[in-house]
Design a protein around this ligand. Structure first.
Ligand SMILES: O=C(O)c1ccccc1NCC(=O)[C@H](O)[C@H](O)COP(=O)(O)O
Length: 270
């Protein structure tokens, strides 16, 4: 395990280890492998993401009940109806938090959201074991998140390779420049740049465009965290990032379909 984690990440990972032990007792690897033949047809997660200023913004709309930085966001959230609103609002994909202890999520939330729409789904979790990658595929995810900061380079590559063998797309998350090499070495095609500093919880929406300019051509940058509305999307697009992950502002919205539409349509160049 990488020794570059903030204290919140350490806490989440420690708790996750206990949950993985429980899951392995409940659904051993052999069972997950058997389930693979019955998983739903994989949806193309990467197809909707882009870095084209002329297209509407590509937005992964997130489903999360609470977070360490903001506490309860929407305790009454219904994953299926929120997913439908996101689909109508023009989401490129769904991102569903499945971590239970800090975000109130579950694999059931992911499955309910996915079944309600035709959108591809990212399992948003803290993944650091091959078991979790297999579990994601068996439980119907189309894509997984791999966070560079919680992985050492060897494990990062191993998990990315396994995901690809299982037909899953990987969104690689980085925050610091020093994580770029590790991520590219793991074969990244989609790199999520987290605008939120997980040591302080401060967000800076200019971070993603700055870091995106350091990525090689052909790698798609996705701005993660802290996007509050169409103005933030327009600023980021002006600075060169056109794909986004938006959580809190949509989850708290009284009309997520309308708000998402406004974000999707924001900052398109004529
Ligand atoms: O959001 C947190 O407090 C947090 C703390 C520790 C690890 C991860 C955390 N967030 C996960 C995310 O990456 C966000 O859910 C995602 O980028 C969406 O961000 P936002 O639009 O600001 O809700």
């Amino acid at each position: 395990m990488a020794d570059k984690m903030t204290s919140i990440l350490k806490k989440i990972v420690e708790k996750r280890k206990l949950r993985i032990d429980e899951a392995q007792r409940e659904r051993p690897e052999a069972l997950l492998s058997a389930m693979l033949s019955q998983r739903p047809m994989i949806r193309n997660f990467g197809a909707g993401l882009h870095q084209n200023a002329q297209k509407p913004a590509a937005i992964m709309a997130e489903i999360k009940r609470r977070s360490p930085s903001k506490g309860e966001l929407n305790p009454d959230l219904n994953p299926a109806s929120l997913a439908k609103a996101y689909e109508k609002g023009g989401a490129a994909a769904l991102s569903v938090l499945t971590e239970p202890d800090f975000f109130g999520g579950s694999l059931e939330d992911m499955q309910a959201a996915r079944s309600a729409t035709l959108l591809p789904v990212l399992r948003k979790d803290f993944i650091f074991t091959p078991y979790q990658v297999l579990e994601s595929a068996a439980m119907g995810a189309d894509a997984i998140l791999l966070i560079a900061r919680i992985l050492d380079p060897k494990r990062h590559k191993e998990l990315a390779n396994l995901a690809s063998e299982l037909g899953l797309t990987v969104l690689h998350e980085i925050h610091g420049e020093e994580e770029i090499f590790q991520t590219l070495d793991a074969g990244a095609r989609f790199v999520g740049i987290n605008n939120r500093d997980l040591a302080t919880f401060e967000t800076d929406i200019r971070l993603a465009p700055r870091m995106a300019s350091l990525l090689p051509k052909g790698v798609i940058a996705v701005a993660l965290s802290g996007i509050r509305g169409p103005e933030d999307i327009a600023v980021s697009r002006h600075l060169g990032v056109h794909s986004f992950l938006v959580g809190e502002s949509l989850v708290r919205s009284p009309d997520p379909e309308k708000d998402l539409k406004a974000m999707v349509e924001s900052g398109v160049l004529p």
